[in-house]
Design a protein around this ligand. Structure first.
Ligand code: 5GP
Length: 235
């Protein structure tokens, strides 16, 4: 994008354990001019997480002061902790002529979509509930109680999939990265509004495969795996 253009805001949401962080990190190394919005959170750092890299780790009073000062574009409470996107990242992206990538939950995504209706939402799904549970356990960074809470929460979050423009089922990492790159490039191409080369047209067609309207049919079995037996999802 040019420095005067509005940045494209990409929102990526997924139940925790869907492999989202890996995908986001890979995407950032492979796509130019895309900035990651480092969120603020009151949760404690996990494992190798560093302040200012994955998150800015702050206390509850500090976070609440930022809310009062209007510093957040959106914020939400997730698993008894605050998470929020600082407004300044959007301004900085615009100034630097870069697009912005937000890794936020479904509540935050809904707030952004209200404020920035042109934002592009991508929802990442695990192949099924069992795979998600295995991934959460393998990560072994969370207690059993947290894992169970996150599974219940995942079932609820997943029901919001149809608020997103694109849906990606993260089965094979390489395939998912390819899809994400195509989605980012595709949105840039559409918004550039110029004639496309043959290669660009192919990229766009590939990205289109992941549009909500084109994946609905394939989602049913995944959604069913997260629903209690006998629940058809309320129509
Ligand atoms: P985790 O604790 O696993 O890093 O993140 C928990 C959830 O918070 C994830 O769904 C993540 O996308 C979401 N999250 C991270 N940063 C933000 C943020 O700034 N705002 C909102 N609303 N959610 C966020």
């Amino acid at each position: 994008m040019s420095s005067s253009a509005k940045p494209i805001v990409y929102i990526i949401s997924a139940p925790s354990g869907s492999g989202k962080s890996t995908l986001v990190n890979e995407l950032l190394t492979k796509v130019s001019d895309l900035e990651f919005s480092i969120s603020y959170t009151t949760r404690a750092p996990r494992g190798s997480e560093k302040n200012g890299r994955q998150y800015y780790f702050v206390s509850r009073p500090e976070f609440e002061k930022m809310i009062r000062d209007g510093e957040f574009l959106e914020h939400a409470e997730f698993d008894s902790n605050y998470y929020g996107t600082a407004r300044r990242f959007l301004h900085e992206a615009q100034q630097n002529g870069r697009d912005l990538l937000l890794d936020i939950d479904v509540q935050g995504a809904a707030q952004i979509q209200q404020k920035l209706p042109d934002a592009t939402g991508v929802f990442i799904l695990p192949p099924d509930r069992k795979t998600l549970e295995e991934r959460l356990r393998k990560r072994s960074e969370d207690s059993e109680e947290v894992i169970l809470r996150r599974l219940v929460r995942a079932s609820r979050e997943i029901e919001n999939y149809d608020r997103y423009n694109y849906i990606l089922v993260n089965d094979q990492l390489e395939d998912s990265i390819r899809a994400l790159r195509a989605i980012v490039r595709g949105e840039r191409l559409v918004r550039a509004g110029r004639p496309l080369s043959v290669e660009e047209t192919k990229t766009l067609a590939f990205a289109d495969r992941f549009r909500l309207a084109n994946v609905r049919d394939r989602l049913n079995s995944i959604l069913d795996s997260f629903r209690p037996p006998g629940d058809s999802g309320g129509g």
